[in-house]
Write a protein that binds this ligand. Structure first.
Ligand code: HEC
Length: 250
């Protein structure tokens, strides 16, 4: 090794000025970082869009906000990594195009519980109701806390249009009409889910409770990607965005 290191070259002199050397190293690391990072942010073609990925419905959006309020992301990730053991356990690995409407991201960094990004459709609605009411009733020895108040607290729908509006400003393609009718659209979906819960043997008073929003959100996780893989018989369709569509430039 020794003979490769020049002991009295210009570099050696530079190393003798710790402050200058530190500044130069910092600069070169920064330049390298910017060169790697900028194209990802500025070139929308770098984020392949997936045609079946659509914005959250108003009710799912409300459910997602509950997910954040309850801190579910402290125990659950929403990103499957591209490793065989992950894919065998959870399903298709996470794609950037899946999360173009995610503000903020909920990828998470801790998995006390399993990853949830593919949980949509895995269980019936009623399973989720029972699980949130008492995780031990569906999953013996589960260490997940109870969220039984979701079955009792009324879902606050009045703020839904405003939340959609903010996301629209940020680039999520909600139409003005959808925003205007946000409350009714949410209540319609809530009634459908509550009806399904009732007919499968669950409680029958849940249509205006927080739980239906949370269940709606759970059932949507991964559903868009599943639709895209169903259409192509296995391989997911990632098409390259040609114009900077909503969120396309992130
Ligand atoms: C203290 C950590 C913890 C918190 C907080 C937590 N969970 Fe869990 N969760 C778990 C564990 C552990 C499991 C696996 C055992 C089970 O099914 O209950 C689990 C399982 C699940 C499952 C079933 C996943 C599957 O594929 O079987 C869902 C859905 C779920 N949690 C949703 C939530 C939601 C929504 C919240 C927030 C309201 C939440 N969890 C909060 C630990 C947690």
């Amino acid at each position: 090794m020794g003979r490769f290191i020049k002991t009295n070259g210009r570099h050696r002199n530079l190393e003798g000025w710790p402050l200058v050397f530190t500044v130069l190293v910092t600069l070169s690391v920064l330049i390298g970082g910017v060169v790697e990072f900028l194209p990802l942010v500025l070139v929308s073609e770098n984020i392949p869009t997936i045609e079946t990925v659509e914005p959250w419905t108003p009710l799912e959006l409300a459910g997602r906000d509950l997910y954040i309020r309850e801190g579910c992301n402290n125990c659950h990730s929403q990103m499957v990594r591209p490793f065989r053991h992950e894919i065998e356990r959870y399903g298709e690995y996470g794609k950037p195009g899946e999360t173009i409407y995610e503000r903020p991201f909920l990828w998470g960094s801790k998995r006390t519980g399993p990853d949830l990004s593919r949980v949509g459709g895995k269980y019936p609605n009623l399973w989720h109701v029972r699980h949130f009411d008492d995780p031990r009733s569906t999953s013996p020895r589960s260490i997940m806390p109870r969220y039984n108040w979701l079955l009792e607290r009324e879902l606050k729908v009045s703020t839904i249009p405003r939340r959609m509006q903010v996301l629209q400003t940020l680039g999520t393609p909600y139409t003005d009409q959808e925003i205007q009718n946000g409350i009714e659209i949410a209540q319609q979906q809530a009634r459908e889910i509550a009806e399904d819960i009732r007919t499968t043997g669950g409680p029958d008073n849940l249509a205006d409770k927080e739980i239906v929003a949370m269940v709606a959100y759970m059932q949507r996780l991964g559903a868009d990607l599943a639709r895209s893989t169903a259409a192509t018989g296995g391989a997911s369709t990632e098409s390259v965005a040609t114009s900077g569509g909503p969120g396309g430039s992130r």
